[in-house]
Design a protein around this ligand. Structure first.
Ligand code: AHM
Ligand code: MG
Length: 335
């Protein structure tokens, strides 16, 4: 074993966050502790998923419908609660807002000093849960502004440039955590024998162009003509490959590594599309921009969108700079 590999084997997530900030300031300590908690939630979710088919009561639906009008799976509830319970013990987070909860969840005992809000999608790609396919969790951390004494959380209705940290956990053949605190994008793999996320790549850069396009083409006739025209362009241009898994964390992770573009456009019936800004599109936009890519609604950068409500949706076109620009030019100029 060389010193270098030993060093790499020892760079845990919390150490990495501290190194990024190069100081022992209170902020650095806080962010390191917060990322550590997110990692713990990821480990708990990964552990349950790894044995899901062997245990009673893990897979399938609860019978409830969430605030988005979607059927809730048992795993959605479990993962949602895991994040709440790990942050209850952290002392740092006063509020959590997620895809599965109509209103933010307050932890009153953390509120006088709790300065942070966690925004998260506990299970991204829920339809993959019962099939043993890739899933994700998406997260972002924001500073709480004001006291929010009326629990209306209006300070969350600001643009994505206010995010302090963002990233995702990918539950694939291995469990990965990819994050940014505004200083590049870094990936970690969970070593189950150590129970630690270990650094695997620092300062990941997304290629400027890639051959993958990732979109649910089943919606073809529901889209605006400009999106259909872009897809026709892809079909007649040599070298493109379609990849769409049903979990955007895994599709966007592929694009982060290999380049390309992921699209979830609006439809004529739902011009805002499906994905939600605060805990899906804005965190991923922040991360992909930090890696040198772009994320847009087609008309404006995702990070400039100011939501009117907590669960606001946005169209999403995200990935390599050149590929995103190509889609944008179809939307804005028709070619
Ligand atoms: P979810 O958080 O309820 O799972 O929804 C988000 C997911 C994305 O991961 C994925 O890209 C998309 O929804 C799939 O939706 P569709 O089946 O409409 O293509
Ligand atoms: Mg989701």
């Amino acid at each position: 074993i060389t010193d270098k590999s030993l060093d790499r084997d020892c760079t845990t997530l919390s150490r990495h966050v501290l190194q990024q900030l190069q100081s022992f300031s209170p902020d650095a300590q806080d962010l390191s502790a917060l990322m550590n908690r997110i990692a713990l939630a990821g480990k708990l979710v990964a552990r349950r998923m790894s044995r899901a088919g062997l245990m009673e009561g893990v897979l399938g639906f609860t019978g409830e419908v969430n605030v988005q009008g979607e059927s809730v799976k048992k795993m959605d509830v479990y993962a949602n609660d895991v994040f709440i319970s790990v942050f209850k013990q952290s002392g740092l987070v006063c509020r959590l807002a997620s895809e599965e909860m109509e209103k933010p969840y307050y932890i009153p005992e953390n509120c006088p000093i709790g300065r942070y809000t966690l925004l998260y999608d506990p299970i991204d790609g829920s339809s993959n849960t019962d099939n043993n396919l890739s899933l994700g969790s998406i997260f972002a951390i924001r500073q709480q502004e004001g006291t929010d004494s009326d629990h209306k959380a209006t300070d969350l209705l600001t643009n994505g440039r206010k995010q302090l940290a963002a990233g995702y956990i990918l539950y694939g053949p291995s469990t990965m955590l990819v994050y940014t605190i505004g200083k590049g994008v870094h990936s970690f793999v969970l070593d189950p024998s150590l129970g630690e996320f270990i650094l695997t790549e620092e300062n990941i850069r997304i290629p400027n162009h890639g051959s993958v396009y990732s979109v649910n083409e089943g919606n073809f006739w529901q889209w605006e003509e400009s999106i259909r025209e872009y897809i026709r362009y892809v079909h007649r241009t040599e070298g493109y490959s379609a990849r769409y898994s049903g979990a955007m964390v895994s599709d966007i992770h592929r694009i982060l590594v290999q380049g390309g573009v992921f699209l979830y456009p609006g439809t004529i019936q739902n011009p805002e599309g499906k994905l939600r800004l605060l805990y899906e599109t804005a965190p991923l936009a922040y991360l992909i921009e930090q890696a040198g890519g772009r994320a847009t609604t087609g008309l404006m950068d995702i990070l400039d969108v100011v939501p009117k409500k907590l669960h606001q949706r946005t169209p999403l076109i995200i990935g390599s700079k050149e590929d995103v620009a190509k889609v944008e030019s179809f939307i804005q100029n028709g070619h």
